[in-house]
Design a protein around this ligand. Sequence first.
Ligand code: SF4
Length: 114
Amino acid sequence: MRNDLLAEVRAENLAKANAARKGKDSTKKTTQLLQATISGLDASRRSLVEARASQIPERSLRAYVRAIAGKSLRSAVTAFCSECVGYSRKDVRNCTSLACPLWSYRPFQKPKKV
Ligand code: SF4
């Protein structure tokens, strides 16, 4: 019984440590991509992108950086929608601007039921 409890606690701690490490790795990669992207931009755009990136919450930064790097149209839509509603995924999902050209493509929609 006690060993089961200890094993459960160890598994939980391992899962937490892995989640924390994964988050740090992801943040590090985003930061590296941001630095590489910014350094590749022309001077007139560099400071504007840098200033904007500094205002974006960490969990939304990756999509913005990928969009700025020209790596993904999907990321561009995600970044635009996120910025549009103040970085609330719930507000993007529940967006009521039905006439917006991005509405059908907005991220964070609930998966369609099969
Ligand atoms: S779909 Fe909604 S959240 Fe996305 S850009 Fe249009 S108005 Fe903004």
